[in-house]
Write a new protein. Structure first.
Length: 60
């Protein structure tokens, strides 16, 4: 697993949470949706990193 990739995924998740919260505060459904999409992207990135870790364990 790349620590850089994991950190970027975490940052994307935080960015998404902030954007979704901002959308909740302002009542902007576009910000809410974009924030949720960023969180989903971060989850996918974390899953990819988990798969890479498991594959590396099998290879080693």
């Amino acid at each position: 697993m790349s620590l850089k990739d994991r950190a970027e995924a975490t940052a994307k998740n935080i960015e998404g949470k902030v954007q979704e919260a901002l959308g909740d505060l302002t009542g902007d459904p576009k910000d809410q949706a974009e924030g949720k999409a960023k969180q989903a992207e971060a989850k996918v990135r974390h899953t990819v990193e988990d798969i890479k870790d498991e594959a590396k364990k099998v290879i080693d």
